[in-house]
Ligand binder design. Structure first.
Ligand SMILES: Nc1nc2c(ncn2[C@@H]2O[C@H](COP(=O)(O)OP(=O)(O)OP(=O)(O)O)[C@@H](O)[C@H]2O)c(=O)[nH]1
Ligand SMILES: [Zn+2]
Length: 351
């Protein structure tokens, strides 16, 4: 195998990617997006790292839908020009995508990371884990098409990490939960075991949960500045740029997303159902098939709450997420989108 092919394999290349790229071969090169900023993207490919600006087609697509913006983890067809410029011409179809709500609310959302195999939800045990946040990130993960895993960090700082894991397990049915301490080394190998066969893992979680620390522990070297070392500006944002995609040759690819604060979800019912498999399962036993689990007779979900089998707070959070999902679905219908865009245009003219 050539060095160039080996580099692509290390980047997570698969025959599926190759098939998607086939129509562009010849005039284009294949590359993976490592980082996106205002002016363009940093890419890695068979020939190494390059910086690219976005081609006209990409810009036109982005104008119509923000989801078309290249994202870290995307595979792309890239063109080299005689004056040494490089342009990203086509974003290849995404196998999976972690999508959050965009600020403007006119489009589907913003892709946080693409072509991810495992979404690692990182949450600290100290301070106490936020169960609602874990649930939201699980909805995000189930909506992405990738497999979720929960990693609980800083178990070395609490007396009963196992007990806390059991509590978290209640809000993460069917999801593997790992206790991982970068300090004591507990669980690092277990998590590292998920990084194999060129798979892509994306770390998501709040700032300070220990994502960069995990990346360093998995890489075995200090690639990421962590915690206090990294300077923050007045709004609490990091001023130093960080690497977002780390290639661990022969193992896999790690994507470290910047701390997601309040994650606006672009969830649909299926993603919520994935994260709340326990509620779904109970709901299948309700007398009415479209039971909302509010006050219906023969509601198996309410009965489970009464019996202490299902936590009332969890049901309340399920309701809230379901409402959000319904709103999103309504918002995404073309008619609604047109109305929102017209409204924005009107405001612009009034200014
Ligand atoms: N005791 C202990 N401290 C940890 C552990 N993991 C991370 N930390 C500390 O927690 C702090 C935050 O870790 P980071 O890795 O910078 O957190 P992050 O999730 O990358 O945060 P952002 O970059 O802001 O998104 C640092 O001071 C780490 O040293 C752990 O397992 N045990
Ligand atoms: Zn019901």
């Amino acid at each position: 195998m050539s060095a160039s092919q080996q580099r692509l394999l290390d980047l997570g290349w698969t025959p599926e990617v190759d098939r998607a790229f086939r129509p562009y071969r010849g005039a284009h090169r294949l590359a993976r997006v490592c980082r996106v900023d205002r002016g363009g993207a940093e890419l890695a490919g068979g020939m190494g790292a390059v910086r690219a600006t976005f081609g006209g087609d990409v810009l036109r697509c982005v104008a119509a839908d923000r989801m078309a913006l290249p994202a870290v983890g995307d595979w792309a067809a890239v063109r080299d020009w005689p004056d040494d410029r490089v342009t990203l011409e086509v974003v290849l179809p995404r196998r999976t995508a972690i999508v959050r709500d965009s600020a403007d609310r006119t489009s589907h959302g913003q892709v946080v990371a693409a072509n991810v195999d495992v979404v690692v939800i990182v949450e600290h045990l100290d301070p106490d884990p936020d169960l609602g946040r874990i649930e939201r990130l699980l909805v995000l993960a189930w909506g992405s098409g990738a497999q979720p895993v929960v990693v609980l960090t800083k178990p070395d700082l609490v007396p009963d990490a196992d007990g806390m894991r059991d509590e978290v397990a209640e809000v993460a049915p069917g999801v593997e939960i790992l206790l991982v301490s970068a300090v004591s080394g507990t669980g690092v190998d277990e998590l590292g075991g998920l990084l194999r066969n060129g798979r892509t893992l994306a770390l998501v979680g709040p700032s300070g949960a220990g994502k960069s620390t995990l990346t360093n522990a998995l890489a075995g070297v200090s690639l990421m500045p962590t915690g206090a070392v990294r300077a923050r500006d007045g709004r609490g944002r990091h001023t130093t740029t960080r690497r977002e995609l780390v290639v661990l040759p022969g193992r896999g690819v790690l994507i470290d997303t910047p701390g997601l604060r309040a994650v606006g979800l672009v969830a649909d019912d299926a993603a919520v159902a994935g994260a709340f498999a326990d509620v779904e399962e109970l709901g299948a036993r309700c007398r009415f098939r479209d039971c909302a689990h509010v006050a219906e007779p023969g509601c198996a979900v309410l009965l489970a709450v009464e019996d202490g089998e299902l936590d009332e707070d969890r049901l309340a959070r399920w309701r809230k997420l379901r409402r959000e999902a319904d709103l999103n679905t309504a918002r995404r219908t073309p008619g609604h989108r047109r109305a929102v865009i017209a409204d924005l245009e009107a405001k612009r003219h009034r200014r």
